[in-house]
Design a protein around this ligand. Structure first.
Ligand SMILES: Cc1cc2nc3c(=O)[nH]c(=O)nc-3n(C[C@H](O)[C@H](O)[C@H](O)COP(=O)(O)OP(=O)(O)OC[C@H]3O[C@@H](n4cnc5c(N)ncnc54)[C@H](O)[C@@H]3O)c2cc1C
Length: 440
């Protein structure tokens, strides 16, 4: 549904459009790259002081849609650097029991397409950030947004260090805890699902020989009878492209979590907080290792050893949160992209791809407004109403996937496994299932 918006309130012929982007994560940086490529003035304000201050997850799956958005936003040489520094493609995706008995295996050929641009990719988060930050002249690090105000037909962003910046449109790209959203849409809450996850990295140069071959095929999903689930993904490294794909200076101070030049298998263990017996504030690596080991105690030795082999400095623990549908709101000088508006659980691995989709679509709207091809606010309004549709659908789907995984009782799990076994035996059904993977 479309919301009201001011008409004829921006005259592209009189002054050039100026965009303020709060947050230099995946969505905000992709938007900045797209605007820069189109010649629209944009500045990014990011609270982190360096590339290695924060990492949400380890590698990221980029879907055909996310790849298309990156291709549109990045200049060709940076898209090429992104493409060259992605991990090697997966060979297969295995769904298995906690005793490591596969009940469905999807060959990568079924998921693969021949499109050189719009295809599945796996990229290190550090590398992706290096690509997205490259060549951005107006990237202000160490700028923590506090609040905004509208005055004199402009929007002004205020930062923790007492400085401010003025523009025509302010874009909230500040992630799930968005301060911009809290001011703009105070009725839009972020809900704790009660599910927690522990993740870690096992480096291949040290431990490849000790890992079961299936765990090295690409991706494995394990659902256990007690509601504990495990996601395993392989990330091999490619040759760096200049500075892209190398380690950031000083990153070794944070342990191996930002290590960007060694291949690894990452795992993520999820369950309700009560089942994991993990306090939300627990970040001590030794305690996290003990919690993870306890959660997989009766599992196959190969899976227990995968958990035990993680480098302790890479272990992290986070609460899984979700947004709920909001809007429509009156379109104005503040708009939102990515997790700032539709934060979702990581259970379908599409949040970053949604942020990229938003960046591409909002970029198109802002460019059309800047060039006087469309009324600026009408174009933003169209973006917002489409984004609410696909964004909140992805939120609901990822929440359903999480609930099916952590809440399935023994009967449901037996039925699920029987259904997957049946799919495994019928190639057209398998192809149909494969075609829906990583899409929302
Ligand atoms: C474990 C895990 C695995 C995941 N795996 C996948 C996957 O494989 N595929 C996928 O598509 N998605 C995945 N996701 C989801 C994905 O990481 C997010 O959806 C994505 O990062 C959202 O991008 P964003 O730009 O909206 O926000 P973010 O990437 O979170 O960026 C927000 C930025 O804003 C900055 N910021 C925050 N507050 C302020 C402030 N006050 N002032 C200035 N700057 C601020 C932050 O420092 C950050 O840099 C995963 C998530 C998790 C937790």
């Amino acid at each position: 549904m479309n919301a009201p918006y001011p008409t004829r309130s921006f005259d592209a012929a009189r002054s050039p459009l100026r965009i303020l982007i709060i947050g230099g994560g995946i969505g905000g940086l992709a938007l900045a790259q797209g605007l820069r490529r189109a010649g629209v003035s944009a500045a990014v304000y990011e609270r982190d002081r360096s590339l290695t201050s924060c990492l949400q997850g380890y590698r990221v799956h980029i879907s055909p849609g996310g790849s298309r958005a990156l291709h549109e936003c990045l200049p060709p040489h940076l898209f090429d650097a992104f493409d060259r520094t992605c991990g090697k493609p997966a060979r297969a995706i295995h769904f298995m029991t906690e005793q490591m008995r596969p009940f469905l295996s999807i060959d990568a050929d079924m998921v693969k397409n021949d499109d050189a641009i719009a295809r599945h990719r796996s990229v290190s988060r550090v590398t992706l950030r290096q690509v997205l930050m490259a060549e951005l002249a107006e990237l202000h690090l160490g700028k923590t947004f506090v609040r905004y105000e509208e005055r004199g037909g402009k929007v002004v962003a205020h930062f923790e260090d007492g400085t401010h910046a003025e523009g025509d449109i302010l874009v909230a790209a500040d992630g799930s805890g968005s301060r911009v959203r809290r001011q703009f849409l105070p009725e839009a809450p972020l809900i704790d699902t009660g599910v927690a996850a522990i993740g870690g990295k096992v480096f291949l140069d040290e431990h490849r020989a000790r890992l079961a071959p299936q765990l090295l095929d690409g991706m494995c999903l394990v659902s256990a009878r007690d509601g504990v689930n495990l996601f395993v993904a392989m990330q091999e490294v490619s040759e760096p492209a200049g500075a892209i794909g190398r380690n950031e200076p000083g990153s070794e101070a944070s342990g191996a979590v930002f290590e960007n030049t060694r291949g690894y298998v990452m795992w993520g263990l999820g369950a309700t907080r009560e089942r994991l017996h993990a306090d939300a504030a627990e970040h001590d690596p030794a305690k996290l290792a003990a919690i993870a080991a306890r959660a997989v105690a009766g599992w196959a030795p190969e899976l227990r050893s995968l958990i035990a082999l993680a480098d302790p400095t890479t272990l992290s623990h986070f609460a899984i949160r979700t947004s709920t549908s909001v809007g429509p709101w009156p379109t104005g000088r503040v708009t939102l992209i990515g997790d700032a508006i539709h934060a979702m659980t990581p259970y379908r691995g599409v949040g970053a791809n949604m942020a990229l989709e938003d960046a591409m679509r909002l970029k198109r709207a802002l460019v059309a407004g800047a060039r006087g091809e469309r009324d600026l606010f009408a174009a933003i309004n169209d973006y917002e109403s489409a984004m609410r549709g696909y964004g909140f659908r992805a939120v609901r789907n990822s929440l359903r996937a999480m609930r099916q995984s952590v809440d399935a009782g023994p009967v449901q799990l037996t039925l699920q496994r029987a259904m997957f076994r049946a799919i495994d035996r019928v190639p057209p059904l398998k192809r149909w299932m494969a075609s829906g993977m990583g899409r929302d």
